[in-house]
Design a protein around this ligand. Structure first.
Ligand code: UTP
Length: 295
């Protein structure tokens, strides 16, 4: 069998971000900065580090600042250059060199499955990655890179998973699966349940925002009826996919923050700030001095 390489990464970014109101009334949640970088840039850098050179962003109304962010800003670059601020110039230039970026609009936020379907013509007939920008992942080896290494072997659909304890599992799609070998991070998926009650969850392995999908998902999405909340759910199409091809779970090595949620966003901000060479020590000392932490 001829092995395919993952070149394209799709970023659904057309959602309304209601969990983060009022900040997201006029600002896309994908542009909220964790320390000094919009959350979508973390995902795009991860895709590029994993070898993807084509970035496809699914946008909607009010999201044009995302396009400006990944474009060249001639005035800004000119001013930084003429003032000799070369470090800042390098930061600004770096953003516009992150792969080739294409945009497609989702006219109405009709669900994650619908957003992925919008990318069909740009993806074409090849396997591709999907990154949900609000899942910011801190990992030594970028999460998508870990998944692509598995894909190189299995050449089939892979869903990133993490273990979620207790009732919090009901916020996720959960896989019914078993490891392909003892202690393996790769799981063979037998079924999927969307947002189960704790008692009905088939495992503790929750699907998070990284996927490698084969183009068959588009055919299945076309046929999938609207599901929970009147939206086209990616999980519903993935459930059908299990009957057509092997689907794997991958328990990635790293920490994921749901930056689309206020608490997850705060956790990501603190952790990423503490890790920064230029800010970490001062920020740590300040945190430790906070009277409210000592109560
Ligand atoms: P979320 O459910 O986290 O995003 O979808 P949301 O709907 O914007 O957020 P809340 O729940 O109202 O706060 C995960 C990703 O899928 C995109 C979102 O932009 C987000 O990056 N998405 C979701 C779309 O592109 N289109 C949709 O119709 C729904």
């Amino acid at each position: 069998m001829k092995k395919t390489r993952i070149r394209k990464a799709v970023f659904p970014a057309a959602g309304l971000g209601t969990r983060f109101l009022p900040a997201t009334k006029a600002i896309p949640k994908e542009m909220l900065p964790v320390v000094d970088k919009p959350i979508i840039q973390y995902g795009v850098e991860e895709a590029v580090a994993a070898g993807c050179d084509q970035i496809i962003i699914v946008t909607g109304r009010g999201k044009t600042v995302i396009e400006d962010h990944f474009d060249i800003s001639v005035e800004l670059e000119h001013q930084l250059e003429s003032r000799g601020k070369l470090d800042l110039l390098a930061l600004a230039r770096h953003i516009s060199t992150l792969g080739r970026v294409a945009y497609i609009r989702q006219k109405e936020a009709m669900g994650l499955g619908h957003a992925v379907l919008m990318a069909r013509d740009l993806v074409g007939d090849e396997p591709f990655a999907v990154i949900l920008p609000d899942d910011v992942i801190d990992a030594k080896v970028p999460c998508l890179k870990q998944m692509i290494e598995v894909f190189d072997d299995v050449q089939s659909t892979i869903l990133a998973t993490q273990v979620v304890e207790g009732p919090a599992i009901s916020a996720y799609g959960v896989i019914e699966a078993r490891p392909i070998a003892k202690n393996s991070r790769v799981l063979e998926v037998k079924g999927l349940v969307e947002k189960p009650k704790l008692a009905d969850a088939p495992s503790k392995n929750a699907i998070i925002g990284r996927y490698i999908l084969t183009p068959r998902i588009f055919e299945l999405l076309e046929k999938t009826p609207l599901g929970a909340g009147g939206e086209l759910q990616l999980t519903d199409a993935l459930r059908s996919l299990v009957h057509h091809e092997k689907v794997y779970g991958y328990s990635f090595d790293g920490t994921r923050y749901d930056a689309g949620d206020k608490l997850g966003f705060l956790k990501a901000t603190v952790e990423f700030a503490l890790q920064r060479e230029d800010l970490g020590n001062d920020f740590r000392a300040w945190l430790q001095s906070l009277p409210s932490l000592k109560q």
